[in-house]
Write a protein that binds this ligand. Structure first.
Ligand SMILES: [Zn+2]
Length: 465
């Protein structure tokens, strides 16, 4: 009896799912209009795809692959609109560069968008329609529907850290594929840290070790992402998180640290010296090469977790600079340090980004580490300090990107015991934060391992509408 009940429920569940081709949509589109009528049927030898712009070639190929994978249907491209029942159209009259529409009737499918990227998003949504209506898809049928969709936020980013744990090019591409499915449009690559320098700089070849990306590989990643409407923003973390570059060029450190042994992967807490001309000339070269390699308007220069007391406070060169400039605190050296570094970003016509770092760091923080120039976009990341970053950016006029650690660090575990050594992150996700423990928070933040992040970033992608 129980078996029969189960079977009946299974049939009922299958029936209900078959009636709903919106069940796999994520993020949920702005407007879905059910359409009455017969489904569209993909017919071998008859169905064809027309595209009205050559820039839609990649999107058309993607749709062909989807139809092949989901329906085992080989659908060719048609050179004329009249011969195709699936039409991909760039329509510049549509408002919003990521705005797309899907119209499916028994006669055909039209996916139109303001740009090629918007049409690509329409195809990603089409894929989810096919997934959500598995029974119809198995019969090469697509239920009629109308969708009108555009994102609420223009900047929908994920950050990946191949500096601490190197990720081969194919793994980065796989990550980009998953981002594209859920319509994320920015990938920030954290390319340098204590544990590794991962980007080839032709003028300073000693920077890279065993695992790194050549400039040709990065160009390949950038193009792969661009085809999927994703922009890649490079991050070079300075003046802290710099053991990898200091291991290659020890003379870039402070006077009391340049002879210390630096073991990449073990040594931490060292900084670039603020009063050393070679630091500035090397980074001027690095930023120039990075600027020509990455087409993004942005370069992120880190600015977080600089252990100033162990470096600039104890360095005779830095102390001399403090005295000359009449500064009371070594942290004030961030002003001349970043004013020069940011000028290198600007002379390459890029816009700088920095992590929103506060002077006394943990609550109750009340001001910036140093006065950030107005053209710097800040990123809020420290657990519990987002309200202060919001208030300060509002007061000072800097743009702010939200990546609050307690909600947006997707590699943090969600369940007690999921991450044995730091097993209490679940409370953040369940919204019952009582207090934060910064030592733990810092120890596992931005881990390069992204296996935990899939379910999380799929979930976060739905917050944009
Ligand atoms: Zn120094």
């Amino acid at each position: 009896m129980k078996i029969y009940t189960c079977l009946c429920l299974l049939f009922l569940a299958g029936y209900l799912v078959a009636q709903n081709n919106t069940s796999a949509l994520l993020p949920m589109p702005n407007q879905i209009t059910p359409v009455k009528g017969k489904p569209f049927t993909v017919r071998s030898g008859k169905t064809a795809i027309y595209l009205n712009q050559p820039e839609l070639q990649f999107t058309a190929k993607t749709l062909q692959t989807i139809l092949q994978d989901r329906m085992q249907a080989k659908v060719p491209l048609a050179s004329e609109s009249g011969r195709a029942d699936i039409r991909l159209l760039v329509d510049p009259a549509m408002e919003g560069k990521e705005h797309y529409r899907i119209k499916i009737t028994s006669k055909g499918i039209t996916i139109s968008g303001a740009t090629a990227g918007a049409v690509y998003y329409g195809v990603m949504t089409m894929d989810q329609l096919l997934l959500g209506d598995a029974c119809a898809t198995a019969h090469k049928e697509i239920s009629p529907i109308r969708i009108d969709d555009a994102p609420r936020f223009p900047h929908r980013a994920l950050m990946l850290d191949p500096a601490r744990h190197f990720l081969p090019v194919n793994d980065v591409k796989f990550f980009i594929d998953q981002m594209a499915r859920y319509k994320y449009n920015i990938l920030q690559l954290h390319l340098t840290d204590d544990q590794g320098w991962r980007v080839e700089i032709k003028k300073h070849p000693k920077l890279v070790g065993k695992d790194y990306y050549t400039q040709e590989q990065l160009a390949e990643i950038i193009q792969y992402a661009a085809q999927r409407n994703i922009e890649v923003i490079p991050e070079l973390d300075i003046p802290g998180h710099t053991v990898a570059i200091l291991a290659a060029y020890p003379e870039l450190g402070c006077t009391h640290t340049d002879t210390l042994p630096k073991i990449v992967g073990k040594t931490t807490d060292l900084m670039l010296c603020a009063n050393n001309e070679k630091v500035y000339s090397v980074y001027q070269d690095i930023i120039k090469e990075i600027s020509s390699l990455f087409p993004s308007d942005y370069i992120h220069l880190g600015g977080d977790e600089a252990v100033i007391e162990k470096n600039w406070t104890q360095c005779s060169r830095c102390q001399a600079m403090m005295k000359k400039l009449g500064y009371q605190k070594a942290s004030q050296l961030m002003i001349p340090f970043f004013s020069r570094m940011l000028s290198f970003v600007q002379e390459n016509n890029k816009t700088p980004m920095l992590w929103c770092e506060l002077d006394n760091i943990y609550p109750p923080a009340n001001d910036y580490l140093f006065p950030y120039p107005k053209n710097v976009t800040l990123v809020s990341w420290r657990g519990g300090l987002t309200p202060t970053c919001l208030e300060l950016t509002r007061k000072h006029g800097n743009p702010l990107i939200m990546a609050p650690g307690e909600y947006a660090y997707l590699d943090y575990p969600q369940l007690k015991g999921d991450f044995p050594e730091f097993n209490n992150w679940a409370r953040y996700y369940f919204g019952k934060v009582v207090s934060i423990r910064p030592g733990i928070w810092r120890a596992c933040r931005r881990s390069g391992s992204y296996h935990r992040s899939y379910g999380n970033f799929m979930g976060r992608s739905d917050t944009r509408h």
